[in-house]
Write a protein that binds this ligand. Structure first.
Ligand SMILES: [Zn+2]
Length: 257
């Protein structure tokens, strides 16, 4: 069984001092790779270095909605320049998106729109952060004539919202949320969606699964998320794992792992 953590902040300082052991633990638990998203320009170098230091690791660069105020148009230009040079192991743009619960959504829009445009232009997949903004994310992708692949990461929401996003080219990122029994709506959603629309992720060190302390999430827990998904879906575990793996390859590019 090969599992890939499609979204993990493995560059974050929370992993300093135990990054190798965390990766080892993940590898011995069936996880063959992970993708590290970028959230703000000052971190891009660290994201890239972390990915290049270990085999099986890939990365994305982008500007997260929480940090748009720290950036200027020059940073978008740099993003275009860096991505245009097709750096080794760089497989996407993000994370970018909209967050109703933090900051001002009207200020987040232009950054999201520009990154959609850039991803279309350069042919990269998009990694999208969406909190209480699924309808707006869908409308923005549609308005931007988005025709590529995207990951709606850390999904939490209804079946109707997920279906609309899948129709707009999104894979639905299944994370630690589903391990919490109270997340009934999201569990029901991921149980019903077509298997071809799902990918696994931890969003570590955030989005801790049930029983893990907040901020202590790690890629090793991807296995637990997989087991939980296996309990709430009808497919046999081997089939489930192989389709999830194929979906992640389809999202980020064939034969990465
Ligand atoms: Zn994230």
């Amino acid at each position: 069984m090969k599992l890939v953590d499609a979204h993990c902040h493995f560059d974050f300082p929370q992993f300093d001092g135990h990054r190798f052991s965390a990766l080892d633990a993940a590898l011995s638990n069936g996880i063959v790779g992970l993708v590290i998203p970028g959230v703000r320009r000052p971190d891009w170098g660290r994201v890239q270095e972390t990915a290049l230091a270990h085999s099986g690791l890939y990365y994305c660069l982008g500007i997260h909605p929480w940090f748009v105020d720290e950036h200027s148009i020059a940073d978008l230009e740099s993003l275009e320049q860096i991505l245009g040079s097709r750096p080794e192991r760089c497989v996407g743009i993000g994370e970018c998106g909209l967050d109703r619960l933090r900051g001002d959504m009207s200020a987040q829009y232009p950054w999201f729109e520009s990154q959609i445009e850039l991803a279309s232009k350069l042919g990269f997949p998009l990694i999208i952060h969406s909190v209480k903004a699924h309808d707006e994310v869908h409308a923005t992708l549609k308005r931007g004539s988005w025709g590529g692949r995207a990951l709606l990461h850390g999904f939490s929401g209804s079946y109707q919202q997920a279906t609309k996003l899948v129709g707009q080219g999104c894979f639905i990122g299944v994370g630690g949320v589903i391990t919490h029994p109270r997340a009934r709506k999201t569990r029901d959603t991921v149980a019903r969606l077509p298997l071809e629309s799902l990918v696994l992720e931890t969003d570590a060190p955030d989005m801790a699964p049930e029983g893990v302390e907040a901020g202590a999430n790690s890629p090793v827990y991807l296995r637990r998320i997989f087991e939980c998904l296996s309990e709430i879906r009808s497919e046999k575990p081997d089939l489930l794992a192989s389709v999830l793996f194929a979906n992640t390859q389809l999202l980020y590019g064939q034969s990465l792992w």
